[in-house]
Ligand binder design. Structure first.
Ligand code: ADP
Length: 504
């Protein structure tokens, strides 16, 4: 029964209430998620995310309220003035935009949080009461000032807590999703509390029929439609945001990986360059030895010449003592020159003590094959590496051992350059050996004369017009100083050189 003096007695459809709370939770989750997305967006990307996010979140919050209103069943027919409904929706979107903007900023101090909270709660309360003003029913709506104030207070608290949570949860970590779900549940409950307090603030006093212009009746189908469309919008927004975030995270990871590789490559390149510099310094040793030989040779021939002169003079009955004295003085001077040269060489060698570290011999072979790549390519030599896995590390001086390998490879290239009738192969193999490891270098060059197999290791033995003949003797002394052996083996084709290195 409807009495003219008593307010209309309404009742809630609790399944509708439950649905409105669910929408509130979903909208809150979307709000938290989208804050993260807006924060991550930069430049031109930011505005579409802010606009799209605010629309989805606004629709969510508005739908919650609208469904909450529809959950109230009154004993009279209620229609809704749709332009006012649209205004309430617009206000919800605006309030959401403010919230997203504040929570996604780099910093959120107390002033920003409070201002954001005030604007957002004004928006939400505004949306709520504008929404209620859209109701068209044969009654006058009266509001309890206390409950209205309480609902606005709730709206403020909810907005403030929402902003703080959103700000806190915007960075993606392992626990973000469960934490967002928990926070969304709390926020959803708070939004609902605000809404139903606002609803309780209103009482409807029976009155004459309302003005129904621009009013629509929300049928049960339309009611469900609102819920479904809202959920679709929320799910689409959250999914887009998460897919987009994952894609940008992937892109970021890819970029970082690329950067890491570039840095790594540059480091490896730098090392190779440094090694190359050291090795070429090592190779310059050959030239150095030649110049030393030259410097020593000159005074030595002077000594021999003057010595012979003195001997001839002394064999005479009347030696020219003045000339003898002059010649002996020159002998002493020449001998001093030789000794100066030798002490210079000594001090030079003293500065380069062997630098032994635990080496991976395969790595060394690979490094050297990179260092000689230009030389092998220029001579159309195919380098084939057969490197055994699981070799023990060997203590060695990286640069000295590189020098040995480079010597062997350069000799191999020389030998193949001389033979023009065959394909040029350079096989470098590594294997385990009783002593530690063995490295074998085989070429398809002219090969070695069996009678001279040992002579080639003698210093200054060379068959090359431009050769110095010290490469193999230096290589052998380097390997022997490492406790290993360097030797050559008879081969069915080309030449084979092998060396061992003990692993302790
Ligand atoms: P150089 O290369 O200056 O002659 P080395 O001591 O390195 O000095 O070599 C000595 C000699 O050993 C070479 O002149 C060459 O006759 C011979 N020899 C070295 N390696 C090879 C090879 N792979 N094939 C054929 N002969 C070689």
């Amino acid at each position: 029964m409807i009495s003219a003096n008593a307010p209309l007695s309404g009742s809630y459809d609790y399944s509708e209430v439950a649905r409105s709370v669910l929408i509130a939770i979903a909208a809150s989750y979307a709000a938290l998620d989208l804050t993260g997305r807006v924060t991550a967006a930069s430049g031109r990307d930011r505005l579409p995310w802010l606009g799209g996010g605010a629309t989805a979140m606004g629709i969510g919050i508005w739908a919650m309220h609208f469904k909450g209103m529809l959950a109230l069943r009154l004993p009279v027919s209620v229609e809704y003035h749709w332009p006012t409904v649209l205004v309430s929706l617009f206000v919800a979107i605006l309030a959401s935009a403010v919230a997203l903007y504040v929570a996604s900023r780099q910093k959120m101090g107390p002033v920003e949080a409070l201002t954001g909270g005030v604007i957002m709660s004004t928006g939400i309360a505004g949306m709520h009461y504008i929404g209620m003003a859209a109701m068209r029913l044969p009654a006058i709506t009266r509001y309890s000032p206390l409950l209205v104030a309480l609902s606005v207070f709730f709206a403020f608290i909810f907005s403030l807590v929402g902003l703080l949570l959103a700000f806190d949860l915007r960075e993606e970590t392992k626990w973000t999703v469960p934490r967002r779900l928990g926070s969304a549940t709390v926020m959803g409950a708070a939004v609902s509390a605000m809404h139903y307090t606002g609803m309780a603030a209103a009482s409807f006093m029976p009155a004459s029929g309302p003005d129904l212009s621009h009013a629509v009746n929300i049928s049960p189908i339309a009611n469900s439609g609102i819920a479904i469309v809202t959920l679709i919008v929320i799910v689409a927004a959250v999914t887009t945001s998460s897919v987009d975030r994952r894609t940008s995270a992937e892109v970021q990871r890819f970029t970082q990986e690329l950067e890491r590789r570039v840095i790594e490559r540059t480091e490896q390149l730098n090392e190779a360059q440094a090694n190359l510099a050291r090795v070429s310094r090592g190779l310059a040793m050959g030239e150095l030895v030649a110049s030393i030989a030259h410097e020593v040779n000159q005074p030595l021939s002077g000594v021999v010449m003057n010595g012979n002169f003195v001997l001839r003079q002394l064999a005479r009955k009347m030696p020219n003592l003045e000339e003898v004295q002059q010649a002996v003085t020159e002998v002493v001077e020449d001998a001093n020159r030789v000794s100066t040269v030798i002490s210079r060489v000594r001090s030079l060698l003293k500065k380069a003590p062997p630098d032994k570290v635990e080496l991976d011999i395969n790595e060394l072979v690979q490094e050297v094959s990179v260092l000689v790549r230009n030389e092998t390519a220029r001579n159309r030599v195919q380098v084939r590496l057969q490197l055994a896995a699981g070799l023990p590390r060997v203590p060695g001086d990286r640069v000295q051992l590189q020098q040995v390998l480079i010597n062997l490879i350069m000799n191999a290239i020389d030998a193949m350059r001389t033979a023009t009738d065959r394909t040029r192969y350079l096989d470098i193999m590594s294997a385990k050996h009783a002593d530690g490891v063995v490295v074998r270098v085989q070429d398809s060059g002219i090969g070695l004369d069996p009678d001279r197999l040992e002579r080639i290791f003698e210093p200054f033995y060379t068959t090359k017009p431009q050769g110095i003949g010290i490469g193999l003797s230096i290589s052998r002394s380097i390997i022997e100083s490492h406790g290993g052996r360097l030797w050559t083996e008879p081969a069915s084709y080309g030449a084979i050189f092998q060396f061992t290195l003990p692993n302790q």
